[in-house]
Design a protein around this ligand. Structure first.
Ligand SMILES: Cc1cc2nc3c(=O)[nH]c(=O)nc-3n(C[C@H](O)[C@H](O)[C@H](O)COP(=O)(O)OP(=O)(O)OC[C@H]3O[C@@H](n4cnc5c(N)ncnc54)[C@H](O)[C@@H]3O)c2cc1C
Length: 388
């Protein structure tokens, strides 16, 4: 008996959901509004492979095991030692090799449990002082893309800090060719499993039968006609910058003053920029009531420190803003379990980076997609069972 499942959206979540359903024996059709797959995992075309959104994976969760066990992550990049040592922390307007001692003391107590109901700034200030709380909140701007991370749930922010700053060796992974390469492998795997992939196919009405809506939450809100489908997310200004290579350029910089972040992508993966050039992305969370011009100026000020003389060396650049597109943020009193539920009833399931699944950013998309696929496969089986 055929088991038909429809997936709406061909980003990371939609592709993972389609593969998981097909692996369970279902017949799957995936509709993607754009001409190409990948959603926020897309990148610009070579020779400058700059991401629309995501860059890195963390190798310490179920999303990574799911991808690696299927050979979907591919070869990994790592920076040569001479580049990796050029990591910096911007604090008090000066570039430093190490974060402040207060931050190191805070992270040394990584076994502590943080409360869900209290905001991060208040929780850390009580034991380590307001300055350390501010520094720690800005340090994790690399993941939250929020100018006031201190207002978020202490438990949520603490978990992110522990994952990014506590493990040795670090769990961060760069895939050669970037996320776009992983998207390519996901598309190939879906095809191998017989998934019908329909690009240029914007869905405007919820189809019948088991359906997984793997769009951004804003699109899911419209498709499901459910105004309650909202959640908190970040807002940041971004500058992708290719320059002629210079040994003074930073590999990574955490902006502990403004919550910004600078990272090279070509040092660990030379395929993303032409020979002799370096590719960076610099992000700056936009402050509440801050105009775009001011946010863009702050991004460029960070670039002045991390890529000295970049204006004279630039070979390619792209500026942009990303609002509500950087994954779920949990406010005090809320955990991932309180986000929009995956199972919406009547055979409708949600997947994406703002729904009720654990992880951070794209991990939420993968984890929710696997859950949604399990539900859709069950619903499809139930439907077959109930047929006359
Ligand atoms: C600046 C930035 C940096 C980031 N860095 C990281 C990182 O380093 N690591 C990480 O894990 N995550 C990161 N993220 C988050 C990550 O990019 C996303 O969580 C992930 O790509 C979301 O995938 P998704 O499939 O859930 O959604 P999307 O990628 O948004 O895919 C949704 C798809 O649905 C399609 N669609 C929408 N409506 C319809 C419709 N009606 N019919 C058909 N198709 C439709 C869209 O075209 C899109 O292709 C970052 C995001 C940003 C913006």
């Amino acid at each position: 008996m055929p088991k038909e499942i429809t997936v709406v959206g061909g980003g990371l979540a939609g592709l993972v959901a389609a593969i998981a359903c097909a692996e369970a024996g279902a017949r799957v059709t995936l509709h993607e509004a754009h001409a190409t797959f990948g959603g926020r995992g897309r990148a610009t075309a070579a020779p400058y492979i700059a991401h629309e959104g995501a860059h890195v994976f963390y190798a310490d969760g179920p999303h990574w095991s799911w991808l690696t066990s299927r050979g979907l992550t591919g070869p990994l990049g790592r920076p040569p030692l001479r580049d990796a040592v050029r990591m910096g922390f911007l604090h008090g307007g000066r570039m430093r090799r190490l974060p402040p001692a207060g931050f190191l003391r805070l992270m040394a107590g990584r076994g502590r449990k943080a409360p869900v109901d209290e905001d991060f700034f208040t929780w850390v200030s009580r034991t380590h002082g307001a300055e350390t709380a501010r520094v720690a909140a800005n340090a994790i701007g690399v993941v939250t893309y929020d100018a006031d991370t201190g207002r978020l749930s202490a438990a949520f922010v603490w978990e992110l800090l522990r994952r990014v700053f506590a493990p040795a060796p670090p769990a961060v992974r760069w895939v050669i060719g970037g996320w776009q390469a992983v998207v390519g492998r996901l598309v190939d795997r879906a095809r191998e499993l017989g998934v019908r992939l329909e690009p240029n196919s914007r869905v405007t009405e919820l189809p019948g039968g088991p359906v997984i809506v793997a769009t951004e939450l804003a699109s899911a809100r419209v498709l499901l006609g459910d105004a309650s489908l909202t959640w908190e997310s970040g807002n940041c200004a971004m500058l992708d910058l290719a320059v002629r290579r210079d040994s003074r350029d930073r590999f990574i910089c955490f902006d502990l003053d403004g919550g910004g972040f600078h990272e090279s992508y070509s040092m660990q993966d030379p395929t993303v920029a032409p020979e002799g050039e370096s590719l960076f992305q610099i992000d700056m969370p936009v402050r509440r009531d801050e105009g775009r011009t001011d946010a863009r100026r702050r991004v460029e000020e960070l670039a002045d420190l991390t890529v000295p003389g970049w204006r004279e060396r630039t070979t390619w650049r792209r500026s942009g803003f990303s609002k509500g597109r950087t994954g779920a943020l949990d406010l005090p009193g809320y955990t991932w379990r309180d986000r929009p539920a995956i199972d919406r009833g009547d055979g409708v399931f949600l997947a994406g980076d703002m729904v009720a699944a654990p992880g951070m950013r794209g991990e939420i998309s993968v984890n929710s997609a696997i859950k949604a696929a399990e539900g859709a496969v069950r619903a499809a089986a139930g439907k077959v069972g109930a047929a006359p």
